[in-house]
Design a protein around this ligand. Structure first.
Ligand code: MLT
Length: 245
């Protein structure tokens, strides 16, 4: 297995496709997706465009759908939900499809949706993602961070590092043997430095600070936890993720 980390969708190569692509948006899209599927949601369907989301979800029975829209960290007016994983309780999401569009996270997923295997990862479901990689042994794996509007984000890179670190712990591989690019080594270094204070790192992150200004303290706490949900969001058709059973 060769692992590559790309900090943003913009930095991700356009002329190749890996066997397995993993989209990461710790704050908060992929944390929300893991939570919805772990809480019994039927599926998560992602859109870059809000109008397209409304058009497609309109054809879905109203009682079986939820529409989540986030821009700049805030809920989009007229949508059922913003992008807080804490709103995705089993009572609300059970049996329903979440139609979601967020500022960066859904763009990252769109960027890699043609790969044969597409997963989403966050810190909260890291162990399930690592177990899948250890079981399936894909030859090439790309972890694509969402960043923020084209810029690097600490929280996505630390999650990439958490995944790589765990693979190293479960295998005989050296960091150099696992790493397909230098970003993997730096992601492992970031995780190694902050693994016992991930909430502290999220507080340093620029998007963490944006969310704190929006009073989303509890979201940061929730998203900074590691391995709390045994759920693997896996793409079934372009843009549609379900929980691997
Ligand atoms: C994004 O897609 O940029 C994020 O998930 C934003 C957010 O925290 O809601």
């Amino acid at each position: 297995m060769k692992l590559f980390v790309y900090h943003t969708p913009e930095l991700t190569p356009t002329d190749q496709t890996p066997e397995c692509a993993i989209a990461v948006d710790v704050l908060r899209a992929t944390s929300t997706m893991a939570t919805v599927l772990a809480s019994g949601g039927e599926a998560v369907q992602v859109f870059s465009d809000l109008d397209q989301l409304l058009e497609v979800s309109e054809k879905w029975p109203a009682k079986h759908r939820l529409r989540a829209g986030e821009r700049g960290g805030a809920k989009v007016a007229g949508f059922d939900l913003g992008n807080s994983p804490l709103d995705c309780t089993p009572e609300l999401v059970q049996g329903r499809r979440l139609f979601i569009s967020t500022t960066n996270g859904t763009r990252a997923l769109k960027r890699v949706q043609d790969a044969p295997i597409v997963l989403t990862a966050a810190l909260i479901n890291r162990a399930a993602v690592v177990q899948f990689l250890l079981d399936q042994q894909p030859e090439s794996v790309w972890i694509v961070g969402s960043g923020w509007e084209g810029s690097f984000s600490l929280e996505d890179t630390v999650c990439a590092g958490a995944i790589a670190h765990s693979i190293l712990q479960h295998t005989q591989l050296s960091p150099a043997a696992l790493a397909g690019n230098d970003e993997v080594i730096s992601a492992i270094a970031l995780y190694s430095q902050w693994q016992n204070n991930l909430l502290g790192l999220l507080h340093q992150a620029s998007h963490g600070q944006r969310l704190l200004r929006l009073e989303c303290h509890e979201d940061l706490k929730y998203c900074s936890q590691t391995d709390i949900l045994d759920v693997l969001p896996i793409q079934q058709e372009p843009g549609v993720l379900k929980s691997q059973s």
